[in-house]
Ligand binder design. Structure first.
Ligand code: HEM
Length: 312
């Protein structure tokens, strides 16, 4: 029996269910379909070097590619539509390999296992007579999965940011850092913008053109790079590493691992749109935690990648 973590049938079921509920947009990601890619440079602070051997967290700057995205499956939505926003970073390491860090502007997820996520999707299936999800079915799901509540509530009211770079973004899962002596500790990542966190009202967002956030960032970058600081929370004994619906206490020690500067829109958008960002594309010194959602994301993303790359 395949475990739930590596179960390819479950991954296919999840992607099929997303398509069933949201429709298919041939050639696009089955989530975060709408996105724009940017050139960036990441400069480590040096603070992380004693805690992990990861090459990009030592002392030398590395180039990176960032993809900002809109979580929906529909690539034709407007930037002003309410949505969770994605911030995927591919660090280009000196040895020619890459490592990815994927974040969103929410600090927690809505399910603790892939099977629960599938259950949540199915609970939202529209009733054929009303065309809307059946509230009793949703209530029953939430009654038996209270851990979904905080993430769903935050997503439901998520504000629209003034800019892609006026948001805080969390990678949500715990990862493991391994130092030069083999010591391992759990960590969680958070990107903090140089700019203040700034949002617009729903009324203002409704007046935006579809590509408003891309145009806004193009204009902003004329004045110089847009920066984020990579903050890393250090987990302590007893902090859970296997449940993305839970956050760690806010008083955990946090270090500054480095600074990312977004410099320009990537010249070849099509090339970057075709690439895959994978939260399990790690580099020596960083390992996946035991979070089952994290484990499943690689196979889920591979199913989506295979479909979009074959223009399905
Ligand atoms: C069971 C849980 C999840 C499912 C089913 C899921 C599904 C997907 C799919 C199908 C894609 C498109 C992949 C591709 O074609 O390359 C995607 C992309 C993405 N997901 Fe998830 N996801 C899950 C969990 C998460 C979590 C916990 C985060 C939070 C960090 C996240 C953030 C993103 C982002 C930012 C992208 C866009 C990456 C890019 O720009 O290429 N996802 N997701």
């Amino acid at each position: 029996m395949p475990s739930e973590l590596s179960n390819p049938h479950l991954s296919v079921d999840i992607v099929d269910t997303i398509e069933h509920l949201k429709g298919t947009h041939a050639g696009y990601r089955r989530a975060h379909a709408r996105g724009v890619c940017y050139d960036a440079v990441f400069t480590p602070s040096g603070e992380a070097g004693v805690l992990t051997t990861a090459a990009h967290l030592q002392s030398d700057p590395v180039s990176a590619t960032v993809r900002f995205s809109h979580t929906d499956t529909n690539p034709h939505l407007s930037d002003g539509d309410r949505a969770v926003r994605g911030f995927a970073t591919k660090f280009h390491l000196a040895d020619g390999t890459n490592t990815d860090l994927i974040a969103v502007n929410l600090d927690r997820f809505v399910a603790s296992t892939p099977a629960n996520f599938l259950g949540l999707l199915r609970a939202g299936e529209p009733d054929p007579t009303t065309g809307a999800p059946d509230l009793d079915t949703v209530k029953t799901y939430l009654g038996s999965h209270p851990e979904a509540g905080p993430g769903l509530a935050a997503a439901r009211v998520i504000p629209t940011p003034v800019s892609y770079v006026t948001n805080t973004y969390w990678a949500i899962h715990a990862f493991l850092w391994r130092d030069a002596d083999g010591n391992v500790r759990p960590v969680k990542y958070r990107w903090v913008p140089d700019s203040d966190v700034e949002n617009v009202t729903a009324e203002e967002a409704a007046t935006w053109t579809a590509e408003h956030l891309t145009a806004e960032l193009a204009e902003r970058l004329k004045g110089g790079p847009a920066g984020f600081t990579l903050k890393v929370q250090l987990g302590e004994e007893g902090d859970n590493t296997d449940d993305s619906t839970q956050v760690w206490p806010s008083d955990r020690t946090e270090i500054t691992a480095g600074r990312l500067e977004i410099t320009a829109e990537a010249a070849d958008q099509e090339h970057w749109a075709d690439q895959s960002f994978d939260p399990n594309l790690l580099t020596p010194g960083i390992e996946a935690s035991d979070d089952p959602i994290l484990a499943a994301r690689s196979t889920i993303y591979a199913v989506s990648y295979d479909r979009r790359i074959h223009k399905r």
